[in-house]
Design a protein around this ligand. Structure first.
Ligand code: SF4
Length: 126
């Protein structure tokens, strides 16, 4: 079975064709460099995504009480995370209640779901 995809590793955007062998192998063509073949293999066999979301702030946390005070903390994974487990990770993220202050880059969930990927804050919130 042939599958077509576009390599997004660099701006050239090579059109890749991947063909699965009956033994489970994957032959990739159309790539101008080895990174395209690696991209196709990961995308078709074990796709990953950087996950971005926001986390709740614990009630009565933080020093600001005005209307403009932040209500959530923006977060992202420190590296691409297995796509099939993203819903499970989002459920975990939405269960969190963060105590302020939170510093940009702070690890909020280490080794999320045993993936080896951390969840980090992308903005400092006081
Ligand atoms: S295959 Fe290589 S040259 Fe082509 S888009 Fe991917 S990284 Fe760029």
């Amino acid at each position: 079975m042939k599958e077509e995809l576009t390599c997004i590793t660099c701006p050239l955007g090579c059109r890749l064709v991947a063909e699965r062998g009956e033994d489970g192998s994957l032959a990739v063509s159309g790539n101008r460099c080895p990174r395209g073949a690696a991209y196709a293999r990961e995308e078709l066999l074990a796709p990953k995504r950087v996950v971005t979301a926001t986390c709740r702030i614990a009630p009565a946390s933080g020093t600001r009480r005005d209307e403009a005070a932040p209500r959530r903390v923006p977060v992202k994974t420190s590296a691409p995370f297995p796509k099939e487990r993203v819903p499970e990770l989002l459920a975990e993220i939405y269960r969190l209640e963060l105590a302020l202050p939170v510093a940009r880059g702070a690890v909020l969930l280490a080794d999320a779901l045993g993936s080896g990927v951390d969840l980090v804050a992308t903005r400092s919130v006081e």
